[in-house]
Design a protein around this ligand. Structure first.
Ligand code: 3PG
Length: 401
């Protein structure tokens, strides 16, 4: 159900789960994409006269308050973007939260402190989350789920509160799901998927599922070296996951059998050390020196990947192509982003998945409107593409309310 199903909101206390998990440098927000994406739903509720209680997490504190994970640095930016002052509660369901909610007028917005300061938020069992879920639900008359980046988490504020209050799906979650559905149900072809990032183990399930839907899989980032090793190449000091090498070999064989194209780099940029001022060289992908590590795809590979994206009608991209935060290893990621921008202009549906990938393209100077869709969810969008049931979506659509 959407927000309209909650009826007249004037004077109602509405708990909104947003994903405000933004990257911070100390207390400075380095990418505010998730805050901007959260604003329309909060504005809509406030504009309808609701008393909006926003809840969210930041990082992964271990169930107790830790200053460096406080959501306080987010309040200013959220207020600015909403165009109204947001009141910050210094706890989640304690005295400060209760007083802040009791003092609200219609249209007011309160932000609760990091939900993960309470162990009940992320506890494994329904019983262990119950007390915290009850307390959160006790702060409100209705619930709106709008944190797409966390819908794959079975956590108190994402899942359990929806069993305790009349609940609705916010516009951000709805929009994200609509785009991802277009990728899984009958995507326009050719459909190219670009996967990067460091950890190949995190991507195995999604590769498995995509073998059935995508026409081309382009592999970059630290994960590519386990694929090169699976082909029998020397990878020097590059990232390598011994436990995944058999799976990678299996995918390469299956791709051959099933006519799916798996594209690996033909050249890589190597360094002696993982550092911005290390000595670099471009080498063929099958001849990485024993004392060097691969830190980006090379220029010939970047051109090849751009070509594979250029005539695609649907493109999904998750994960940087190299260690883009260091200038000597940013070219591959930049070339890929440019290829998606060009494909967007040529009419393809392009989707950038994940908080980190989104932050990467913005850091490299691209803007959101150059892409078809920038998803706020990394893990969530991958799990959706894996075909997994996402608890935060399932609970809203099961009709329990
Ligand atoms: C994310 O950053 O992908 C979301 O905010 C979820 O965070 P989590 O992986 O710590 O649950």
């Amino acid at each position: 159900a959407d927000i309209a199903s909650l009826g007249d909101l004037r004077g109602k206390r509405v708990l909104v789960r947003s994903d405000l998990n933004v990257p911070l440098d100390g207390t400075t927000i380095t990418d505010d994409g998730r805050i901007r994406a959260s604003v329309p739903t909060i504005s809509e509720l406030s504009g309808a006269g609701a008393r909006v209680v926003v809840c969210a997490h930041l990082g992964r504190p271990k169930g107790a308050p830790e200053e460096r994970y406080s959501l306080r640095p987010v309040v200013g930016r959220l207020s600015e973007l909403l165009g109204r002052d947001v009141v910050f509660a210094t706890d989640t369901v304690g005295e400060s939260a209760q007083a802040a909610v009791a003092g609200m007028a219609d249209g007011d917005v309160v932000l609760l402190e990091n939900l993960r300061f309470n162990a009940g938020e992320t506890a494994k069992t329904d019983e262990d989350r119950a007390e915290f879920a009850d307390a959160l639900a006790g702060l409100a008359d209705a619930y709106v789920s709008d944190g797409f980046g966390v819908v794959h988490r079975k956590q108190a504020s994402v899942y359990d509160v929806a069993t305790r209050l009349p609940s609705a799906m916010g516009g951000l979650v709805r929009a994200e799901v609509e785009v991802l559905r277009r990728l899984t149900e009958d995507p326009e072809r050719p459909y190219a998927v670009v996967l990067g990032g460091a950890k190949v183990a995190d991507k195995l399930a999604v590769i498995d599922n995509l073998m059935g839907t995508a026409d081309r899989l382009l592999i970059g980032g630290g994960m590519l070296f386990t694929f090169l090793a699976a082909q029998g190449h020397e990878i020097g000091k590059s990232l390598f996951d011994a436990d995944s090498v058999d799976a990678c070999r299996g995918y390469l064989e299956r791709a051959e059998r099933e006519g799916v194209e798996i594209v690996l780099p033909v050249d890589v940029v190597v360094g002696k050390e993982f550092s911005a001022d290390t000595e670099t060289a471009v080498v063929d992908a099958d001849s990485i020196p024993a004392d060097a590590m691969g830190l980006d795809i090379g220029p010939r590979s970047a051109a090849l990947y751009a070509e594979k994206v250029a005539d695609a009608r649907t493109v999904f991209w998750n994960g940087p192509m190299g260690a883009f935060e260091m200038a000597p290893f940013a070219a591959g990621t930049k070339a890929l982003a440019q290829a998606l921008v060009d494909a967007t202009s040529a009419g393809a549906l392009t989707v950038v998945g994940g908080g980190d990938s989104a932050a990467a393209v913005r850091q490299l100077g691209f803007t959101d409107d150059q892409f078809g869709h920038i998803s706020t969810g990394g893990g969530a969008s991958l799990e959706y593409l894996e075909g997994k049931e996402l608890p935060g979506i399932a609970i809203l659509t099961k009709g329990t309310n």
